[in-house]
Design a protein around this ligand. Sequence first.
Ligand SMILES: *Cc1c(COP(=O)(O)O)cnc(C)c1O
Length: 238
Amino acid sequence: MTTIERNLQQVRERLRQACAQAGRDVNGVALLAVSKTFDADAVCLALDAGQHAFGENYVQEGTEKIEALRSLRPDAALQWHCIGPLQSNKTRPVAERFDWVQSVDRLKIAQRLSEQRPAGLPDLQVCLQVNVDAGVNKSGVAPEALAELALAVAKLPSLKLRGLMCIPEPAPDFATQRDLFLRAKVLFDQLNAQGLALDTLSMGMSDDLEAAVAAGSTLVRVGRGVFGSRPAKVTSGV
Ligand SMILES: *Cc1c(COP(=O)(O)O)cnc(C)c1O
């Protein structure tokens, strides 16, 4: 068994236990394997272990990996999610190659993705990233501005608004972390009460997926838990 296969089994077991603890059906929580910084071979290993949905943060790296997988595994049904902050001049390759974008946080980005989505491809599946804990340096729409953005994005052609994504700051304990995730769950329920048919609440990562599942997550995004630790972030440019 490969390390990635064993890691995937462990993450699925954590999800199973978290769902049992929360009284939820494990089929109600999907797993996105976040493959940023890992190469196409690592994605192949995860694919061989039954994982089909992958998340990428960086447009260039992600599009290259998507192309690599197309030639390595032309018959595989892969689903690619863009989960990193998006600049408006980088939307085109995302609209052309990804299946999902979870990090939409302003209308201009959504409009560009809508215009640039090639005819003939299925609608681009979209989540709005919401900044639930008002982290000053973080992307994400403020909760007060969310409903207006959601209603506008839901009207755009070639996009399908599926739900919300959030990345709260790490909290010191389970209850505090769960309460941060619950803020997103409240917003999600409010939007559905306003008539939007959202089905995706993307929250929870390697260190906090149990708290996210307890708060109603339907999609956890796990990187290190699946692929192992990432190299330290390079902060200086080249
Ligand atoms: C890197 C990343 C993840 C995965 O984080 P891990 O801690 O490795 O599980 C999930 N979501 C986003 C938006 C990320 O950037």
